[in-house]
Design a protein. Structure first.
Length: 95
């Protein structure tokens, strides 16, 4: 659900033992600040982050801007030739 929330521009705070081990989620956290991860022993930090998000007055605008920045970044990467090559010869083609 973290990836879906990020694409929609909805903040997500996750608490689990594999924080830092999923590269795509870490990328969204570090590059776009669209998600926040905490280990189980850091639960107080998670609650603090939730409260900080909720207390931010212009949070809707902030998250909209982060979402747009993510979408623009994805479009830019898709146009780069090195990333496009992987789609030129898909493993299976429709009939």
């Amino acid at each position: 659900m973290t990836l879906e929330a990020a694409m929609l521009g909805v903040p997500s705070v996750r608490i689990n033992s594999f924080v830092g081990q999923v590269p795509m989620i870490e990328y969204l956290e570090e590059q776009y600040e669209l998600t926040y991860g905490f280990l189980p022993e850091e639960i107080e930090g998670a609650f603090e982050k939730i409260n900080t998000i909720l207390r931010t007055e212009n949070r809707a605008q902030i998250w909209q801007q982060r979402k747009l920045r993510l979408h623009l970044g994805v479009r830019k990467q898709a146009r780069e030739p090195t990333n496009f090559r992987q789609f030129q010869n898909p493993p299976c083609r429709p009939n």
